[in-house]
Design a protein around this ligand. Sequence first.
Ligand code: PEP
Ligand code: MN
Length: 302
Amino acid sequence: MKNLKLTSINGDPNHKTVIAVDGVRIGIDFVVIAGPCSVESEEQTIKTAQEVKAAGAQMLRGGAFKPRTSPYDFQGLGLKGLKILQKAKKETGLPVVTEVTDPRDVSWVCEYADVLQIGTRNMQNFSLLKEVGKMKKPVLLKRGMYSTLKEWLNCAEYILAEGNPNVILCERGIRTFETYTRNTLDLSIVPSVKEVSHLPIIVDPSHGTGRLSLIEPMSLASMVAGADGIIVEVHFNPCEALCDKDQAMSPQMFAVLMKKLNLLGDYLKEIKKENGKVNERISPFGSEGLEMPNLITQHPAE
Ligand code: PEP
Ligand code: MN
């Protein structure tokens, strides 16, 4: 892809960006970010944070600025919400991922956020991208709901070009003709990103499907596809959620998901080890240099 000077692997498939946030390593470990869609109250956020922490989540999500389709829907608590997130971090130790929607808010939101989220609707808000690019905080850049891989990586390029190398991509589903799901979760983008970019990529199966029953299978599938983690909406009392309640997992559901992810992670490690052994056996017969069966066909650079 042309002009992706900073985001592309530039011919080096071993070049991987790893972003450390309070000891959480995004780009090496499979990282689970969980929490409510929006911060609604201190009780709701702290209780949810405690539940997701107990189940094994490594980071807390929660929106204080909510970009809603209708201006009459709950818009988030703003500064009050950020202070609640800060308190939740103090209680649980979980670093905070929260959305910023306005370039004028970026510098002060950094005082409360460990990772700045750019939502799908703002993926191509270039003044916002430039502003977060001037900061040191990692940025979680969601894929625009109508965006191609190239458009998305160009947006990441805006952030890197301003001097901030810490970008995490997040697939959250795209608009297609399908209406059964809220969006169409494009898991093929995960290995595609890995082919062309060194940036880590996580998956949001909550917005990607909008259906509670699909979040677990899509989370497991994300791990198999090679994602660096997931971001999932969990509410301590989903029926009461002010935002996205149809896709909010209960803490119990989330705990089951975490158990399955851990089992799957162990299983995938075993497969990797087996691959290593197979290759050791192949080597003496003249296939040296073959590390993993690699079925990826390299197309000529565009
Ligand atoms: C969110 O994660 O809170 C959110 C609004 O997601 P998206 O921008 O992907 O719709
Ligand atoms: Mn949501």
